[in-house]
Design a protein around this ligand. Sequence first.
Ligand code: KIV
Ligand code: ZN
Length: 523
Amino acid sequence: MTSDNDNRIRIFDTTLRDGEQAPGCSMTLREKLRVAKSLAELNVDIIEAGFPAASPGDFDAVKAIADENLGPTICGLARCNPDDIEKVHAAVKGADRHRIHVFVATSAIHREYKLKMAKEEIIKSAVGAIRMARELVSDVEFSPEDASRTELGYLAEVVSAAIEAGATTINIPDTVGYTVPAEFDKLFRYLKDHVENIDDVVLSVHCHNDLGMAVANSLAAVSAGARQIECTINGIGERAGNCSLEEVVMAVKTREEFFELTTGIDSRRLYPASRLVSSITGMHVPRNKAIVGENAFAHEAGIHQHGMLQHASTYEIMQPADVGLSRSNLVLGKHSGRHAFRDRVRELGFDLDEFETNRAFKEFKKLADLKKDVFDGDIEAIIMNVDGTSAGPWHMKSLTVNTATGQAAETEIVLVGEDGKEARRKATGDGPIAAAFQAIEDITGVALTLKNFELHSASIGEDAQGEVTVSVEHDGESYRGRGTSVDIVEAGSQACLEVSNRVLRRRARGPAPAKSAVDRATI
Ligand code: KIV
Ligand code: ZN
């Protein structure tokens, strides 16, 4: 089915499964749908939309994404048991193209300490699961978890049995980010040489970034014959994250003459997808991050600038526009019309529908009244919120702040409830944000423990909008909220109100099922 002759690499995006699994990265159902749409615009081949058996929320999110039938194959993860497999099938079958991904750990460490299963039992369980999945769907992926720390001979045995049982993709995970490129190259070549039926399947690679080598290891696997790369936007994922989609895709594209391979990714969608995921998860992209970091195309040193002026290729191996970075020095202002706004949104790589455009344009007009120049960063911040903070039950009506050096800050908040009634509270605190949080807590009755507060500037100048992301705990669960405003106290208060509303909506839905940290996805 595949061999080294097949020069097209399939991009399997697991932002919504392995990425979302990372602490602080959980997403609501609406957010997951937004990310899934952005992945479809990127033209990824497969979207791993979640782990349906993990919680009812995960199931609903995978199903909602599959039912949208966005184009890419929709995949769900399952352990080797009938219940997990049936749940994935029920969740993904709404998509024209769907896949069941089953996994079981194979390394000695996992066999002994986690599974307490013998080698033969593991093969039996994998074979049984793959056969069952194949009765339900024609597209089945199998992963021997912790493959990179599994004895090579045994790994070949497992893989061979999995192919015989009907797996159509064999994924080799470096689950703990332990391997190095030369070793991973050997592993893939070993499988190619020792598994007779290996060319009947697509060979895939799945790397974690614990030693910072996830992209390098994935590329080594590709050079040794892998034709599917599993990755996430911005490299989000467990611990140090997964292979970063934008980096691995641009490596293959930029060094095409070396790899002689292609992907189907529309690279101009990389920056908007990155911006969306960082805004939704609150995981900010470092300025110097390859491909999508703010400095990725900035040239500071005089000698570099001089070279760039002579010819961009002296210091630039990719064009900013190749990755969708079409930022310009153009500014919009309060006299800019709907057309100019919509054109700029499109140039920035975002695809808003009519409803979203109207909402974003309204926000743009409000902002343009507050600040003279509206930059690309401001417009992006508006777009990120177009779907955001409107869900109640509480909405902010007004905020008044009083601060003076050496005195406690005082904040008065007026919120409007679902019944249209206003609630007003004044509170004091060490600073205006602490006071605002207290006032919101007094009105909503939701006690929050603040774990993290991050403030970023969306554009340039003293009047730039501040984007605030807060992580809080309530009843042992973590929640995240965000807010954007030219007034940073207001942005912080919006973020606090968003999490309070999430807690209240969760409460209204009744008690959460036992193991459901991920159940926030449905809120
Ligand atoms: O890292 C890993 O091993 C995984 C598997 C479930 C593919 O995420
Ligand atoms: Zn993983």
